[in-house]
Design a protein around this ligand. Structure first.
Ligand SMILES: [Zn+2]
Length: 425
């Protein structure tokens, strides 16, 4: 095995950088002390899991990879309709509507010539799992269905039994360590934990339940790391990275942007396809049919006047937040956030964009999707693979992970939006 370079990555969904503390994440704190901690690591926009998953897999911003959030409007022949990217069938809808899935190759595709190329184990939504490898170049294990190279369906009872939450993450970690990191030893092994995101969406940030979820994720990372360093004590061959996709803000109120646009006369009706709001938690992307495209500027002006709206971008400005300028998506709004502190001492509040498909109240719990400083504050630690022991304070991003993987595997990595992370100061 000596000399076989490979990469092992663990993503702790939603774990905010400032919540990686000695009390709740003692292993991550210790890991940071023996590798590089990226202190100014940033999310993409929208800061949703599915767009983030595609950015981690491709090294590109949403503008280039083509997945614009947790929901996305597609025209499958009957006008624009907002679809849930998390649903198992979204990938096929996207292929029907646009002729493809992502517009740029994922790591699994770039590594496909390896014997065991890329293996992903994910306990988040099917959409977030499948956009790690939407066209089946490597292997993806997920409760909603697993597949191997060539999109060959895999009957995998261990994955089928997984449920989001602490117990499911623990079971996935046992399997990931034994069968994948140690057993199959692929060039890239990536595991995506559901915690602390799952609990953070259903409990106040910093509450005992949320802190227990952080501790559970920390234990999973420790287990993977101990497996990795038992196999490669020197750290020369196996690069280990642990990080998150975004952080969270606490939800103060819910805003029904669709209803407001209808009331303002900008959108014809709640389900009309002229102007379509795609909710992204604490942000929204807004799509316009060809006939309604001229209403984009007044939509942006309307949103800008609302006190719950933070940054509003439209038209060519979309490029500044990493979104495309040449699609039906013509306006994006990130909800305003503020520094109020919740009952458990955790700062950061913002409004959520109401989602008609999900009417469970989120008020007082964690959420993300926008540009607030806390939701845009994921953590990242790299250990082994030549990374020095230090803290990097220059800005880094989710899109820097994929080029770092390729550099470690001695492959070209200069055609991505991101740049390989610096090994030393
Ligand atoms: Zn996430």
């Amino acid at each position: 095995m000596k000399g076989d370079r490979r990469v092992v990555i663990v993503i702790c969904d939603s774990l905010r950088n400032d919540l990686v503390t000695e009390a709740d994440a003692p292993f991550l704190v210790a890991l940071a002390a023996r590798g590089t901690r990226f202190a100014a690591h940033k999310s993409v926009f929208p800061s949703t899991t599915r767009a983030s998953s595609a950015s981690i897999a491709t090294g590109c911003l949403p503008a280039r990879h083509g997945l614009y959030g947790n929901t996305q409007a597609l025209d499958e022949g009957e006008g624009l309709v907002c679809r849930n990217v998390g649903a198992p069938d979204f990938r096929d809808r996207m292929r029907r509507a646009t002729g493809r899935t992502l517009r740029v190759p994922v790591l699994a595709e770039r590594l496909r010539w390896h014997n065991e190329a890329a293996i992903v184990c994910s306990n988040v939504s099917p959409g977030a799992a499948y956009f790690q490898d939407p066209d089946g170049h490597g292997t993806v294990y997920h409760a909603a269905g697993s597949y191997g190279p060539g999109m060959r369906e895999l009957d995998d009872p261990a994955s089928a039994a997984l449920k989001k939450g602490i117990a499911g993450d623990r079971a996935m970690t046992d399997r990931f360590c034994a069968d994948i990191v140690e057993g199959r030893a692929p060039a890239l092994a990536l595991m995506w934990l559901s915690e602390p995101d799952y609990t953070g969406h259903h409990a106040p940030l910093g509450s005992p339940r949320h802190r227990e979820a952080i501790r559970a994720a920390d234990r999973c990372v420790r287990q993977v790391f101990e497996t990795v360093r038992r196999l490669d004590p020197s750290g020369d061959d196996i690069l280990f990275m642990a990080g998150s996709d975004h952080g969270m803000e606490t939800i103060s109120e819910s805003i029904d942007i669709t209803a407001l646009l209808v009331a303002a006369g900008i959108k014809q009706g709640p389900r009309s396809s002229d102007v379509v709001v795609a909710p992204q938690g604490t942000s929204a992307t807004i799509y316009f049919s060809d006939g309604a495209r001229g209403r984009a500027p007044e939509t942006a002006a309307f949103l800008t006047r609302e006190n719950w709206a933070g940054r509003v971008v439209a038209g060519a400005e979309l490029a500044k937040v990493g979104l495309p300028i040449d699609t039906a998506l013509q306006v994006a709004v990130a909800m305003a956030t503020d520094a109020r502190v919740n009952a458990h001492g955790i700062a950061g509040y913002g409004a959520i964009v109401a989602n008609p498909e999900d009417n469970e109240s989120k008020i007082g719990f964690g959420q993300h999707g926008g540009l607030g400083i806390n939701e845009q504050n994921p953590f990242l630690i790299a250990e082994g693979g030549g990374f020095a022991v230090r803290t990097e304070t220059r800005p880094t991003s989710l899109i820097d992970i994929a080029p770092t993987v390729l550099r470690h595997l001695r492959m070209d990595h200069d055609d991505m939006d991101g740049r390989a992370l610096p090994l030393s100061a």
